[in-house]
Design a protein around this ligand. Structure first.
Ligand SMILES: O=C(O)C1=C[C@@H](OP(=O)(O)O)[C@@H](O)[C@H](O)C1
Ligand SMILES: C=C(OP(=O)(O)O)C(=O)O
Length: 450
C-alpha cells in the first residue's frame, strides 16, 4: 500500500479557549484491556476503548491469534477470549504500525505460548530498540531473531512451558515490566519483576482485576517487587476505560497558555503513575484543579479545570520522569512561554520514543523562536514570560503524534503560523484532536498552496 500523502496543518486561537470536552480512552489501558480479554476464558465487554491506530493494531493481532474482537459501537468492544495458553499461531506477520506498546507487550504474550510470530512496523517503530524485551524473554526460553540492533522486523518463537525468572528492570519501562509479567502469565511458578523506579501500573491493576494472583511489595526504598503466579485462569470482565491523561495534556496546556481560557476536560484517568504533568503545571503556577474525583474500573478519575495562567520556569525531578514520560514534548512548549528558565534532566528515554523527542522538540522550538539548549539528557528552556513565540516555520512531526500535537498547541501562541508537516500520526493516539481543539475555539489556519 502507498503511504498516505502528508497532511500539513497549522492552528491558531482567535480568542480564549473555552468549553467542556472529553478526550478519547487511555491508550495504555486500552491495549491491556484487549490483551487480557483475549486471554480470559469467555466474553469480556469494554467501553471507552481508544479507537486509535495503535490500539487497532493490538486488536488485529489478538484476532490473528484466535481471539474474537468485535467493535460494537463507539469505544464499545466485545472480546471472546481463548484462555491463557490458548493463542493460535498467526498466519501472517503481525503489523504493529507505530505502536511500541503493542509490540513489546505482545512479544511477552507470545514468548510463553507454543507459537511463532513475526512483528513488523512502520519506519518509526522499526528504529526503536527491542533488545530491552528480547533479553528477559530469551532468559525465559523464547527464541528471538531480530534485525540488526535488536530492531523490527523480528520473530519470536515462544517456549511452552517457559522458565520463570526474577528480573530487575535495567531501564524504567512499563513496557518491559509488562512484557515479562505477560510472559509470566503462561509460565509455571512465580515470575518476578523488580522495579527500582515506579512506572505506570495498569498491567498490575488489570491482571489482578482479571483474577491473576499478583502481589506488589515495596522494600522501603520505593523499589517495587511484583510477583505473578503463572498458568493463571483469567475471568472475563466488564471494563470501563477512563480518558487518557496523556491526551488531556494537550488541551490542558493549551488552556494554560492562551490568555483568558477556561476549559474543563472531563473523565481523565489520574493514576498517580501517570499524573505527573498536572502536578508540574501546578508547580509552574497553573490555575489547574481537579473536580468530581472518583474511581472507575480500578483507576482514579477526575475532571480537570484549567484557566489561562502566567507560568513560571520549572526544574523537573528526574525521579518523576516515568509519571509523565510522554508529556515532556508539550511541557517543553509550556516552558517556552513561562517566565524564566526551565531545566529538564534525566530524559534519556525520550530519545527512543516514536522520534528522538529531545532533539526534535529542540529543533522545532528553536525554529519558531524559542530559546532552547539541548543537553545529553534533557533540555534547557528560557521562557518568554508569556509573550507569543515568533512562529513562521514548518516543523517535522517525524511520524510522532506527540510532536505533531505539541506544535499544534505552540501555534496557538505564535505570531506567524507553525506548520506541522504531517498531522496524520495524531490518529495513533488521539483521533478527534482537531475537532476537540476546534470545539474549544482553536481554528485551522489557511495555508498558502505549496
Ligand atoms: O506501558 C505503556 O503503555 C507505555 C509505557 C511507556 O513506554 P516505556 O515503557 O518505553 O517507558 C510510554 O512511553 C508508552 O506511551 C506507553
Ligand atoms: C511512546 C508512546 O507510545 P508507544 O511506545 O506505544 O509507541 C507514546 O504514546 O507517546
Amino acid at each position: 500500500m502507498q503511504p498516505a500523502p502528508p497532511a500539513p496543518a497549522a492552528f491558531h486561537a482567535p480568542g480564549p479557549l473555552r468549553g467542556t470536552v472529553r478526550v478519547p480512552g487511555d491508550k495504555s489501558i486500552s491495549h491491556r484491556a484487549l490483551m487480557l480479554s483475549a486471554l480470559a476464558v469467555g466474553t469480556s465487554r469494554i467501553e471507552g476503548l481508544l479507537d486509535g491506530e495503535d490500539v487497532l493494531a493490538t486488536a488485529a493481532a489478538m484476532r490473528a491469534m484466535g481471539a474474537e474482537c468485535v467493535r460494537e459501537g463507539d469505544g464499545r468492544w466485545m472480546v471472546h477470549g481463548v484462555g491463557v495458553g490458548g493463542l493460535l499461531q498467526p498466519a501472517a506477520a503481525l503489523d504493529m504500525g507505530n505502536s511500541g506498546t503493542s509490540t513489546r507487550l505482545l512479544m511477552g504474550v507470545v514468548a510463553s505460548h507454543p507459537i511463532t510470530a513475526t512483528f513488523t512496523g512502520d519506519a518509526s517503530l522499526s528504529g526503536r530498540p527491542m533488545g530491552r524485551v528480547i533479553e528477559p524473554l530469551a532468559r525465559m526460553g523464547a527464541d528471538i531473531t531480530a534485525s540488526p540492533g535488536g530492531r523490527l522486523p523480528l520473530m519470536v518463537r515462544g517456549l511452552c512451558p517457559a522458565v520463570p525468572i526474577e528480573y530487575r528492570l535495567p531501564v524504567a519501562s512499563a513496557q518491559v515490566k509488562s512484557a515479562v509479567l505477560l510472559a509470566g502469565l503462561n509460565t509455571p511458578g512465580l515470575t518476578r519483576v523488580i522495579e527500582p523506579v515506579a512506572t505506570r501500573d495498569h498491567s498490575e491493576r488489570m491482571l489482578r482485576g482479571f483474577g491473576a494472583e499478583l502481589t506488589v511489595e515495596e522494600d522501603g526504598t520505593a523499589t517495587r517487587i511484583i510477583t505473578i503466579r503463572g498458568e493463571a485462569e483469567l475471568r472475563p470482565q466488564e471494563i470501563a476505560v477512563p480518558g487518557d491523561p496523556s491526551s488531556a495534556a494537550f488541551p490542558a496546556v493549551a488552556a494554560c497558555l492562551v490568555p483568558g481560557s477556561d476549559v474543563l476536560v472531563e473523565h481523565v484517568g489520574l493514576n498517580p503513575t501517570r499524573a505527573g504533568l498536572f502536578a508540574a503545571l501546578q508547580a509552574m503556577g497553573a490555575d489547574l484543579s481537579f473536580e468530581n474525583a472518583r474511581e472507575i474500573g480500578g483507576e482514579p478519575v477526575a475532571d480537570i479545570r484549567v484557566r489561562g495562567s502566567a507560568l513560571s520556569g520549572f526544574a523537573n525531578d528526574p525521579r518523576d520522569v516515568a509519571s509523565m514520560v510522554d508529556e515532556y514534548p508539550i511541557l517543553f512548549v509550556a516552558a517556552a512561554l513561562a517566565r524564566g528558565r526551565s531545566v529538564f534532566t534525566g530524559l534519556e528515554e525520550l530519545r527512543v520514543k516514536e522520534s528522538d523527542r529531545i532533539a526534535v522538540m529542540a529543533q522545532g522550538l528553536a525554529a519558531i523562536g524559542a530559546r532552547v539548549e539541548e543537553t545529553a539528557d534533557g533540555l534547557i528552556v528560557e521562557g518568554t514570560g508569556g509573550d507569543r513565540l515568533a512562529g513562521g516555520a514548518t516543523v517535522a512531526a517525524r511520524l510522532d503524534h506527540r510532536i505533531a500535537m505539541s506544535f499544534a498547541v505552540a501555534g496557538l501562541v505564535s505570531h506567524a503560523p507553525v506548520i506541522i508537516d504531517d498531522m496524520a500520526p495524531v490518529a495513533t493516539s488521539f483521533p478527534g484532536f482537531e475537532a476537540l481543539m476546534t470545539t474549544l475555539g482553536a481554528e485551522r489556519r489557511q495555508l498558502a498552496p505549496a
